[in-house]
Design a protein around this ligand. Sequence first.
Ligand code: GAP
Length: 509
Amino acid sequence: MTNYEDLFKKVIAHCKEYGFVFQSSEIYDGLSASYDYGPNGIELKNNIKDYWWKSMVNINENIVGLDAAIFMHPNTWKASGHVDAFNDPLIDNKDSKKRYRADTLLENYISKIEAKIEKDCLKAAKRFGQAFDRKKFVSTNKRVLARQAEINNLNEKIHTHISSGNLSAIKSLIEDLDIKCPVSGTSNWTDVRQFNLMFKTQIGAAKSADLYLRPETAQGIFVNFLNVQKTSRMKIPFGVAQVGKAFRNEIIARQFIFRMREFEQMEMQFFVRPGEEIKWYEYWKNTRMKWHKSLKMGNENYRFHDHENLAHYANAASDIEFKFPFGFKELEGIHSRTAFDLKSHQKYSGKKLMYFDQEINKSYTPYVVETSIGLDRMFLAVLTNSLCEEEVGNGEMRTVLKIPPLLSPLKAAILPLTKKDGMPEKARKIMQDLQIDFNCQYEEKDSIGKRYRRQDAIGTPFCVTIDHQSLEDNTVTIRDRDTMIQKRVSATSLRSIISEKVNFAKYLY
Ligand code: GAP
């Protein structure tokens, strides 16, 4: 088993053991790519949501919130292009009967060439030592240049074939590159065919048009553009933010909660003057990257991936990628969507979706810059980055979730040293005092050491112990999750000590 598979298995097992994530309908042997969040999971998820909402809505005067319905008029999805174009190209291997996304097979092929370039660089770095200049090496080394040319050539072909819907050319490309099924090892492929990712359903008992479960939350914002703008008296530039479920019938939903069929998105559509969209696109790219880095999960774990192949509605797009155990993968998308959506809804609905800009005395259809992050994917990023095992002396190990304290499910555990001599009563009083501001847990079972381990495993930043001395002088010991250092402090100072670590302002500013 590779290191990453090992770590990933541990994360999944940990999520189950400590009530973060369960397989959906587990007692019926589960439903693939659907998951339920347990008591600790929902706290972590809510904290991520809360941090996002505060950063996007509460501290920006020109961004407001919305909670649109999941069901929308069927024409919404015609206007947005999802009925015609929200497809994945599918291919099956006839021997293994395994199904793949054809574009993913090609992307994996490209990743292998990229890995070879990395290897070339590593070798050269070893050879040249301190004098190694990576930029110069990749722009001059013949072998690397040839590999890069192959990648560029393939990317161009993939883009051309996918955007023109030339499915037989995609199949030929897979065959020409001799891409084999990882399971059967053969190239016995079916033809490539398109598969629409939207889930269809019907409303009421009467025969009616097909409804779709929304595949993105964004369209709820577009169709409400004027409702929000008028009722909130917003002036351009302004944004509308939303958190909600989205549904996609993913062909291959693997890697735990990374790719699910039912998931949650946190999206913000920022409406701007035509011609100013690239300025705002750059602004939101940087602002969102800053938000990620504010959580201090390692700056080296993030990178931008600017899109070369743009969606039909976009004039610029970039992903913020995070280093998951299985490599750098998309965590958030920032897209300059032009006026495509508003114009299209205007056409399909027959209603004007224009804005009168008093400053320039002109009416126009605003352009849109969107930020779109998967809440579940962010949850996975936090968990995979936080889970570690470390030695704590005497050969003993502990499992600890070093979650950014702001996001931890619990902020403090309140632990009476024993169940007698008035310690539980004193601990309960401290708990009552703190729990209004912080999510706390009272625990009196097992030894203090065992209780510490349990709290480490769910990422609680502080353990507060109430002992004999606490009854006499109102002091307690407070233990830091990461350093394991214990300090005796006055019980009256607990609020400010905890607040110092979990304060929203400390992170963002
Ligand atoms: N409105 C734009 C939009 O939906 P997207 O790149 O398709 O763009 C945005 O999705 C984000 O939603 C992704 O960056 C990812 O974090 C999350 N996401 C997309 N599909 C997902 C899935 N099947 N499971 C979990 N998260 C997903």
